[in-house]
Design a binder for this molecule. Sequence first.
Ligand code: ADP
Length: 475
Amino acid sequence: RRALGSLGKSRAKFISAEETTGVTFDDFAGQEYIKRELQEIVRILKNDEEFQDKGIYCPKGVLLHGPPGTGKTLLAKAIAGEAGLPFFAANGTDFVEMFVGVAAARVKDLFANARSFAPSIIFIDEIDAIGSKRGGPDIGGGGAEREQGLLQILTEMDGFKESTSQVLVIGATNRLDILDPALLRKGRFDKIIRVGLPSKDGRLAILQVHARNKFFRSEKEKEALLQEIAELTVDFTGAELQNILNEAGILTARKDQDYIGREELLEALKRQKGTFETGQEDSTEIPEELKLRLAYREAAVAVLACYYPDSHHPFIETDIRSIHSKPNMSYAEASGRAFLRKSDHVNSIVRACAPRVIEEEMFGVDNLCWISAKATSEASTRAEFLILQTGMTAFGNAYYRNQSDLVPHLAAKLEALRDEYMRFAVEKCSSVLREYRSAVETITDVLLEKGQIKAEEIWDIYRKAPRIPQPPVRS
Ligand code: ADP
């Protein structure tokens, strides 16, 4: 391996224990249960011998999975900081090389380094770049090389002796589905933790963390403003929330003001949204094609809302005056007591598919755009909820807080069942939209002409529209 020279050296960034202590669990907000689980691991890591006497071993690998920007790297650093251990930060892509033997040599080098500083922590971000399923399609080339690298990781992890030098490996990915199952086996990454998008309370807590070093007129005003921003930022990640506060700080400084105010925060929010949505409120400025797509999307959502009426949560109106990745349809505050049967859950999955199904139908599968992008994930999240948390499906009666509670064979079962529900939902949704094609067209026309439409008119069109009978959809 001498011939490899420096090529075979790991490119991992080394951060000493003193430097890592800068980050603690206090820096991560929301999703408290994640902190509790990781705190437990830190306790074991720090008092290795005491726990070993009791027969408790630290997991060798912890896998954090979830969308980018949700704080996975932050958590890994916090573990190192809290435990006061040196930290080696690598990226899965560092190991993907076309040259024979380089990937495996780099992995070896990284683990040898980490062992010489043990107890220590290795963090591999984007571990899917090296750890994707073997024998799958070779996207981007270097497949054989990657396999060598992956095998080397497995060898290294299997090689740790429980009683000697502890090296904790933390991996992060947003593609759990493509990881090689061998990585998830016992004694490797046997602790899987999902880091999801924060809830409203979580968003508030994250904003509070990042507002610590910012100036507001008063504590009370700060509280009220952060609360307002938390409400307006559904589906935002921690990184995006941090950006909003930073941007607001910059806007404030530019105006030579001492304190961040409501105006700067809302402006910063608008800019952050602008990276994904236009935020334009005036329909005259929305390009014609986008307007047409929006109108079809809202019409499809409206027809499905009529087909599966929800008396507990009736719809009010919709418009095409602003562009968001979620439908614009507004709903009345839920009234009375919710009484959800299995069929209600399934219907809600079918409804959630409407934006994607209509866009594909009207504009073609190769011509989809982001205005229906959230629909598919929303539908599959609902399917997962039904399967894991209601005990109403063939999955069984156990309650799982989330996917990460599942052992691999159950995860595979979840995937299969979810796919079945999704297939049915998409088929059923397209069948309804074909049956009510005429209503969809009429509602679309009204939206294009007037910019908005109210529930009453939607119901009227829906009830009067001619229908095209469709064959039944098999569930
Ligand atoms: P990931 O590794 O999941 O892509 P990062 O850890 O790199 O995300 O997140 C980027 C930054 O966003 C963090 O350094 C932190 O400042 C902020 N952030 C993300 N999630 C949170 C959170 N839950 N609490 C506090 N800050 C967060």
